[in-house]
Ligand binder design. Sequence first.
Ligand code: ZN
Ligand code: ZN
Length: 407
Amino acid sequence: MENTKQAYAELVIKEGINIQKGQRLVINCPVECADFAKMCAKAAYENGCREVIMRWNDDTIARLKYLYADSDVFDKVDPWDEMFSDKISEEGAAWLAIYAEDPENLKGVDPDRINRFQVSRGKATAKFREREMRNEFQWCVCSVPTVAWSKAVFPQLSEDEAVDKLWEEILKACRADKGDAVSNWRKHSEELKKHVEILNGFNFKSLHYTNSLGTDLHVELPEDHFWAGGDEASAKGVMFSANIPTEEVFTLPKKNGVNGVVYSSRPFCLNGNIIKDFYFVIKDGKIVEAHAKEGEAILKDAISVDEGASYFGEVALVPFDSPISDSGILFLNTLFDENASCHIAFGEAYPCIKGAETMSMEELAERGVNSSMTHEDFMVGTRDLSIIGTTHDGKEIPVFVNGNFAF
Ligand code: ZN
Ligand code: ZN
């Protein structure tokens, strides 16, 4: 198992980040996952990293802060903190996030505190996020188990068994459980590119989603949009994989071009809370109604952190019969659950528009690229999901039939 974990750390550094000689690497990591961070740091130095900079976090400390800190601390971010994300992204350092939050860590916390902190943090990291969305540096999100997360996924197991089981499932989902993890990953990335090519060939004007949950959603795609999936190139031409694992191909919707109703197909972990059974009504791109059986207040706060939060920024296609989905496990972690299902994000759009590198934020906005301080993926794919694409000359092409690609 230890060797497999080391191979997974190497996969993250070589394929996720693809650390370059002389480049610095920031690792954001829960203190509980320090062993894995050490493996990543070792792999990074072995591959030419100039310096690894650690940014530690902890669920308990975060929860205590939300419960007991002075109220005004949620309205500001210290200037040195803001300067860190600004300067480090300007320098082009790579960024690795090890994401392993207890899905209900902030249950019962005052949503107003969460919301205010999201707004102040969002403003303070605006430049960092813009550079990240434009892939000006390589970045990667991956996960390793913590006790709380593992127990949330496998409540029937003991702590040790739950952690081991979650490790096993993560390694499987990342194709790092057997054989050579790096070559398995490259092969998988090539597979994803096949669907990317077909979708780009059709150059759809719009997509129409329907299923038996009640989803009936029309999504217009911007002119000159492209689909992406698998590894991607940074602005400097360095190939990297932003998510490990990944099963999706994605593009962006036209900001004002989304209409209809969309139902969630899996619980949605948002800001340390779980939102269940929700749906949105969308008119000319804007979410005009949000309803949830559980967590409605948190959901409504999340789509109102700024203007762009109530518009969509991503549409992603994932076959219902994919390895993570086939595992039948609800991971309660967006990185895994979004790769088990077609998903849509509200908030910031990836600028998947030809020539976006040289366009200003204003030009991108004119093309229908949404901008927001948030980006949250929620799951919409079901066994009976149908997606019909319409081309610019009016042809209707099945894209998804019974939850899977039609081609
Ligand atoms: Zn996605
Ligand atoms: Zn997303």
